[in-house]
Design a protein around this ligand. Sequence first.
Ligand code: 3EB
Length: 350
Amino acid sequence: MSRTYPLSVFYLGSAQSERQLLKWRERTLACVTFANGFPQDEWLSAPVVQVNTPMIGAEEELLELWCAGQAVSSGRFGRGQYSFNSELLFGSVMLPESDFSERGNESDDGCVSPLQRATKHAFQDIFRLLDKLNYPHLLRIWNYFPAINVENYNLERYRQFNIGRQQAFVACGRSLTEDIPAACALGTVGEQLIIYFIAVQKKPIAIENPRQVSAYHYPADYGPSEPIFSRASLGRVGEQEVLFISGTASIIGHRSMHVGDVVAQTKEILVNIDAVVNEANCVAAKVHYDLESLSYKVYLRRQEDLNAVHNVLLQEIGSNVQVIYLEADICRQDLLVEIEAIAGIPLQTL
Ligand code: 3EB
C-alpha cells in the first residue's frame, strides 16, 4: 500500500504474517485469529485475540491484523488488553466463565448465571477503560462465547448475555438507545467469553434498518433484556470515514424469516444490508457506499452451506466480492447465517 490509513485490516496467511507483523509492529492495533494456536507472537504487545470461529473454505487459517496509521501504545486492563494512538482505541477481553461461577449470593450483583456475570463484568471493565482513556464512544464491538443457543439457568445463554450486557450499560450510565455500537454476537467452539472493540473520540452516527425493529426495542419474546446494539455505525478515525455494519440476519421486523432455507436467508440478509447501506448514504459525509464496496464476514452455522451461500454472494454482489467465511452458531436457534461488513477500511488479502 502506497499510503497509510488511520485504520486498515490485513488478512494474512502464515507465510506473510511474520514479515508483515514485523513490518507493521509499531502500528499494529491487534491480531485476531480464528483458530487455536496461531500465531506465536508473544513479542507483540498489542492485543492478540483468539476467537475460535474456524475459517471455512480457506486454503489456510488467516490472521486478521488491524493496523493504525501512526504508532500505537498498549497496555492491560482487568482481564483485557488494549492499544491506542491519538485516533482510536482497540481493546480485547478474554475471560473464562468458570471464574464467575456460583457465588451463592445472587443479590450481590443481580446476576443469576456465570455468563451473565462474566458479560456484565467485561462490559463494565470496557466502559471504565473508555472513560479513563477518554475514548467515550464504542464504534464496534464483537462478542463471542460458547454454547450460545444452550439453555441453562432457565434461559438461553444468548439471552443471559443480553441481560449482563444491558446491566453494564445501565451501571455505567450509558444510554440503551443512543450512541450504541455496531455489534455481533456469535457462538464459538472455544471456552471463553471473548470480546473485542474499537472506540473513538468523535461520536459516531448510529444507523438503524427501516426493515427491522431496532434490537434495543425487540419485544420480550426474545428474552428479558433487549440486545443493545445498532444496525451499523458510521464513524471517523482521524480523517477516515469508516462504516461498520453489524452482524445482519434474516430478520424482518423482529421475526426470523426463511427458517431452514439458507439461500433465502442469505438473500434476505443482503436486502437488509442494502437497506442499512442506503441509510448510511443519507448521513455519510463523502463516501457513497454500495454492496460492491463492502468487505464481508459470513458466519455459518453449518460448514456445508458454504457453496450455497457463496453462490448467492457471487450472484448478488459479483465475482469481486471480498469475503471470508467462519463457522459459528447464530444467536437465534432458527437462523443459519449471519453477515457483517465493513466499508471505508482498506483491506488487504495477500
Ligand atoms: C439480530 O439482528 C441478529 O446481540 O450484539 C446481530 C448483531 C445479532 C448483534 C448482538 C445480535 C447482535 O438480532 C443477531
